[in-house]
Write a protein that binds this ligand. Structure first.
Ligand SMILES: [Zn+2]
Length: 70
């Protein structure tokens, strides 16, 4: 797994992607928007979208997400 600072977070859905997505302007694999932040805290990996945590975060797709995005 890459280092944490190599990830950027989608401001729309909080999905974490590698920083090259931001550099190249590639759309978020979860929601399709291009709006990333380098300032985020905490990583949650959602494997089951029916889980309590996934529902708490409003996550629709298994992925890794930031807990907080600035
Ligand atoms: Zn997104």
């Amino acid at each position: 797994m890459a280092k944490l600072k190599e990830f950027v977070a989608c401001r729309n859905c909080r999905a974490l992607v590698i920083s090259s997505y931001k550099e190249k302007g590639e759309p978020c694999p979860v929601c399709g928007k291009v709006d990333y932040s380098e300032e985020w805290e905490g990583m949650v990996v959602i494997l089951d979208t029916k889980s309590y945590v996934a529902q708490l975060m409003g996550v629709q797709k298994p992925w890794r997400y930031a807990v907080k995005v600035k």
